[in-house]
Design a protein around this ligand. Structure first.
Ligand code: KG4
Ligand code: ZN
Length: 354
């Protein structure tokens, strides 16, 4: 089955064509970052308008890349939530219209299920059951995964998501949006240990997270560093080394906190496979820290290549394909959901023979 995937939940238009037998045939990604950068964050209305401009041309581009035409599409999957409602509606409308015109089934995919299953697109995919750490701009969750749609939430962030904390710290450090990769790059030049930030909620039982205190530590440390500068100085006036050292302390605290909670989740569930997914799973130090931990725990770590960790159309095409193969289809009403808890998804019906 060949499925066209359309991802328009936030600030990236991702399109892909996935074949259940041959794998990923083609994909493309258009990022709106330059559009939103000067505002320091995503402006929903501008995001919707840009998705409208880009979705159809990008679908054509993917078909051309794959040497295919619309007649080769057997099903259409689009992100139905969670995300920005206007942005979601663009992908949903285009996806449903295409499906009706081509007389092929369509399906609305849960964005986080897409992230969660993205490592399945790699050569050595994880086997169920596993523990998944979902770390994106909007979510930080530990989930027990017994199969597609069999999700049990083990813990989640009580305030900011990991990616959101990276982005806010980036802003404090005077870096451009989105801060995550930029904080990571700055941290590379930092001296480990010059500053020591707490590992929130690790000294009590449980698998929930909280990152707002960590953010306050960064803010206070920057304020102290700024105190020795002339009045009116901004964070970016602080010397590069100090800023890098603060970025490093933040990244180390974030990574160690996530590592401690993942170890605890593996121990508590007795599972030996850990999957990390979502934008922050592209973070090198997180991958290294978790790799180290799973080795000691005699477990295995799985993640997707960096471009499949952040938002993309391939993960939506893959997740949608699995659900379409099992006979699921979208209802006739346009079904987008800005908020949509992952653990309310239905378990996948028994897959049909291909
Ligand atoms: O999954 P994603 O692309 O979009 C959402 O579903 O939110 O995640 C985006 C988040 C942003 O907060 C971004 O700063 C963060 O992932 N991110 C990173 C890295 N790459 C992306 N954070 C830390 N290190 C990175 N290398
Ligand atoms: Zn995402």
């Amino acid at each position: 089955m060949r499925v066209l995937g359309i991802e328009t939940s936030c600030d990236e238009t991702g399109i892909a064509l996935y074949d259940s037998e041959r794998g990923l045939l083609a994909d493309t990604l258009y990022s709106q970052i330059p559009l939103h950068e000067r505002f320091g964050g995503v402006i929903p209305e501008l995001a919707s308008r840009d998705h409208i401009r880009k979705t159809l041309p990008l679908i054509q581009e993917v078909l051309d890349k794959a040497g295919a035409t619309v007649a080769d599409i057997d099903g259409v999957a689009y992100t139905a939530g969670p995300g920005l409602v206007g942005a979601l509606l663009v992908g949903a409308s285009v996806g449903r219209a295409l499906g009706m015109a081509l007389e092929v089934p369509t399906i609305g995919v849960h964005h986080m299920e897409g992230h969660l299953l993205a490592p399945m697109l790699e050569d050595t995919p994880p086997q169920f059951p596993f523990v998944a750490l979902l770390v994106s701009g909007g979510h930080t969750q530990l989930v027990r995964v017994d199969g597609i749609g069999h999700y049990r939430l083990l813990g989640e962030s009580l305030d900011d998501a990991a990616g959101e904390a990276f982005d806010k710290v980036g802003k404090m450090l005077g870096l451009a949006y989105p801060g995550g990769p930029r904080v990571a790059a700055l941290a590379e030049k930092g001296t480990p240990g010059r500053y020591e930030f707490p590992r929130p909620m690790t000294n009590r039982p449980g698998l929930d997270f909280s990152f707002s205190g960590l953010k306050t530590y960064v803010r206070n440390t920057l304020a102290e560093a700024r105190a020795s500068l002339p009045d009116g100085a901004a964070a970016r006036d602080i010397d590069e080394q100090t800023r890098a050292d603060i970025a490093r302390a933040f990244e180390d605290a974030m990574v160690q906190t996530l590592v401690i909670k993942c170890r605890r989740a593996l121990q508590e569930t007795g599972l030996t496979s850990l999957v990390i997914a979502g934008g922050v799973s592209a973070n090198t130090r997180l991958r290294v820290g978790l790799q180290d931990m799973v080795q000691k725990e005699r477990s295995q770590l799985f993640y997707a290549r960096p471009e499949l960790c952040t938002d993309n159309g391939a993960m939506i095409a893959y997740a949608g394909c699995q659900r379409l193969l099992a006979g699921e289809v979208a209802s006739l009403a346009l079904d987008v959901r800005p908020r949509w808890p992952l653990d309310t998804l239905p378990p996948l019906a028994q897959a049909r023979a291909l």
